[in-house]
Design a binder for this molecule. Sequence first.
Ligand SMILES: [Zn+2]
Length: 148
Amino acid sequence: MKFICDVMLGRLARYLRIFGLDAIYIRKYEEIPHLLDKSKQYYFFTKRTKNLPEGSVLIKSDHINEQLIEALPFIKPFLEEKLFFSRCLECNAILKDVEKSDVEGLVPEYIFHTHVEFKKCPSCNKIYWAGSHIEHMEKWIDEFLNLH
Ligand SMILES: [Zn+2]
C-alpha cells in the first residue's frame, strides 16, 4: 500500500515514514496521475476538495497530531512494529544495514563510539542510528497508538 501525501502534507509524509510506511510526497498535483496504479493500492491524503482521484482522503487539520488521527483509520491496518524506523525520512527509501566500520568519519565521533548498529539510506546516503530519528519517537508512537 502506498500513501501519497499532497504538497501541504509534508510533515505527515515524514511521520508515516517513521512508521515505515511507503509515503510518497508530491510537490505538484501534476505528479499524481503517474503515481496512481490500476490496482488502487494507494491512498491519497490531501487538503484539496476538487477534482480528486479515487482513493482520496481529505485531511482537514493543520496540526500534525490531528492529521495523524485523521489518517489513522487508513494506515492502522498496515502498521507493523518491525517496520518502524525502517525508511529514510527524507526520501522514503528502505534503509540498509551497514557495518560500523563503514560509518567511521561519517557520523559524529561520540555517536560512532556509543552505538553498534547503523543503517544507511541507499538513495541519499544519510546514516541513521537508534536515537537519530526524532527524539523520544518510540515513546511517542506507543502513546499515540495506545490513545487512538
Ligand atoms: Zn534518504
